[in-house]
Write a protein that binds this ligand. Structure first.
Ligand SMILES: [Zn+2]
Length: 80
């Protein structure tokens, strides 16, 4: 079954299989959580010792850490 993270799920789907916001708030400092999103290149979420969040993205077959803010991880529903 295909799984999609909350950064891309709300563009195409009703809900996210991989809830990045929930992962972010439950992640301990210095830890990372791995997942495979089939909708984008997000591969892991990492929280450093200061509590800063990074998305590990697969870009050109290399993992790159991209800083993110917690509110960028919330699945934002468009209000009609
Ligand atoms: Zn995704």
């Amino acid at each position: 079954m295909a799984e999609f993270c909350s950064q891309c799920a709300d563009k195409c789907f009703e809900y996210a299989d991989i809830d990045l916001f929930r992962i972010a708030i439950s992640l301990n400092k210095g830890r990372s959580a791995n997942f495979i999103c089939e909708g984008c290149n997000n591969r892991a979420l990492y929280k450093d010792e200061e509590g800063k969040l990074y998305l590990a993205k697969l870009i050109d077959k290399k993992i790159r850490l991209v800083p993110v803010k917690i509110d960028e991880l919330m699945a934002v529903k468009e209000s009609n």
